[in-house]
Design a protein around this ligand. Structure first.
Ligand code: 5GP
Length: 192
């Protein structure tokens, strides 16, 4: 998506450890008018899917998912990250290894908010090694819901997540795929 690629080139900052900072417009300070355009684009790409719910993971996925959900007219539900397990049977749980914090979390979701009648679109800000998305896919599978696909704002194509998720047969739409990045250059994979 050209608008997004231009914004990444203008405002993105490459940090050591393969981290791209886009916190001036996406996941710390949020440019709402801009993210609305991303929402419209996800809706265009998944217009044929009978989505009933958008699922994301706290924290940075939530704001984005809310803006996307306006265009699908469906609720957002977000998986919570918990440091320790003290859960009853009313939760779906999965384990996620955080790319940015290098920690293992339990992610949890109340069984009240996802079930076999649902058709789910996953939304997240970044795809790196795919752990966050795998955790969400695991939760969808446990709930018996149908996974319609995953929408990612920025996929880092040089990390393994995208390949892994696509090989699982999941319909994955990334609005920008970073092919390579260094301190002074950043390239995108052609992707529309
Ligand atoms: P994964 O689980 O795919 O390895 O990493 C995805 C998660 O880690 C995303 O939810 C995102 O919050 C975070 N993340 C991964 N790579 C980056 C990055 O380059 N920049 C930022 N800001 N977050 C990232």
């Amino acid at each position: 998506m050209q608008l997004l690629e231009e914004r990444i080139l203008k405002d993105g900052i490459v940090k050591p450890g393969n981290v791209l900072k886009v916190d001036s417009f996406l996941n710390h300070q949020m440019d709402i008018a801009f993210i609305n355009e991303l929402g419209k684009e996800f809706q265009r790409r998944f217009a044929d899917a009978p989505i009933t719910k958008i699922l994301t993971i706290e924290a940075s996925g939530i704001g984005i998912a809310c803006l996307v959900a306006q265009y699908f007219h469906v609720p957002v539900v977000f998986a919570k990250k918990a440091q320790s397990l003290n859960l009853d049977g009313e939760m779906f749980t999965s384990k996620v290894e955080s790319f940015t914090h290098k920690k293992v979390y339990d992610v949890i979701l109340s069984k009240k908010f996802l079930g076999p009648e649902d058709h789910v679109l996953l939304i997240d800000d970044f795809l790196a090694n795919g752990c966050a998305l795998m955790g969400l896919i695991d939760i969808v599978n446990k709930s018996g819901a149908t996974l319609e696909g995953a929408g990612i704002v920025i996929e880092k194509g040089f990390q393994e997540g995208g390949k892994k998720i696509r090989e699982m047969g999941v319909r994955l739409e990334s609005l920008a795929i970073v092919e390579s990045m260094t301190d002074d250059s950043l390239t995108f994979r052609p992707n529309n």
